[in-house]
Ligand binder design. Sequence first.
Ligand SMILES: Cc1ncc(COP(=O)(O)O)c(C=O)c1O
Length: 419
Amino acid sequence: MPDAIEELRRREEKVLSTSYTRPYPFVPRRGEGVWLEDVEGRRYLDFMGGIAVNTTGYAHPRVLAAARAQMERFVHVCFSDFTHEPLVSLAERLVEKLGGGYRVYFGNSGTEAVEAAIKLVRYHTRRPYLLAFTGAFHGRTMGSLSLTASNARYRNGFGPFLSGVVHVPFPSPSHPPFGVPPERAGEAVLGHLEQLFKTALPPEEVAAFFVEPIQGEGGYLLPAPGFFAELKKRLERHGILLVADEIQTGAGRTGTFLAMEQEGVKPDLVTLAKGLASGFPISALLFLEELSSWPPGAHGTTFGGNPVAAAAAHATLDLLEEGLMENARRVGELLLNELTTRLTPLAPVREVRGRGLMLAVEFASPELRDRAVRAAFEAGLLTLPAGPAALRIAPPLILGREEALKGAAILEEVIAGLS
Ligand SMILES: Cc1ncc(COP(=O)(O)O)c(C=O)c1O
């Protein structure tokens, strides 16, 4: 390991929480576009985007200019107490993007938006139970962690959790539950849910079902076709709210503003964070107008809805509307095809899947995946693990065709070298 990197690692080992993971020793100095440079001056193509956050890449002049201009005006005035233009107009814009009929609560991080959703669905319905999927990731604070079930390591030692959370299997054709064939994954989960409602979980006591349209941390797993539309219908029969956690899938990553648009579903609540402001911390919970039951003071935050982050979100939305979402669709399709052609014949690879610029390569074992992530890093490509054995690809949405092809070629070379 080069000296500057080793020196920083040694220092952090003495003072930082031991909970931070380090999949490989990358230490950034600066970034531009889809490229990052480390403290030794080596350049890396970024296929992980700070875990699906850096929508507009690094140092986008429009995002920086918007943030800088807002910083000159004011950095913070607690929005829980005093309103301001950048955030009201951001709320108006988000509501419009979702087709109208919603209200917005702002936080700083994904987990805060999920916590707000948990509180709102319980408050509004006065029902105690919550549904979520096995393999779900909704955050790491105690409420959201109670929903998270993607890895026992995240939960180990932290229980007991929020009472009333029930997990059901995710309808993934790649990993069908109950041993059914892939084409029956959706119907098997719906059948399981009906059985649950008849036997152990009275549906009139369930407040909401929290779902990721595509499981993120759980392994970039796509749902069975048509599953969410059918689920929504069944939940409506029982007055159960559907919360779409679009923290990883939203803000254009899958080629539409929300991934749920591609499922033809209008969720009752939506959470957004990660890519919304190109790396500035902000999150949003959108909820249908008719769920608006909180009196003033029922929920709040000091920092949530920071005006600088709001300005960066406006610039990010401008860029998404001007072509980045379309780019995610087009370059995502190219990259998916390229990866499928190049990687599926290789022995360590089980599957290539995804939508837009939310793509994954699944390996035959966790060890092979870990070796691939490491080898890609050594070859100048930054990726991350997801789920038990997938390598996730979540680059900035500004990714160009040439860069996509270059990344695919690096992956082919390093994965071919594993076997
Ligand atoms: C779908 C989903 N929900 C919630 C979260 C939690 O967001 P944060 O880490 O900003 O709290 C994440 C983060 O990975 C996520 O992917």
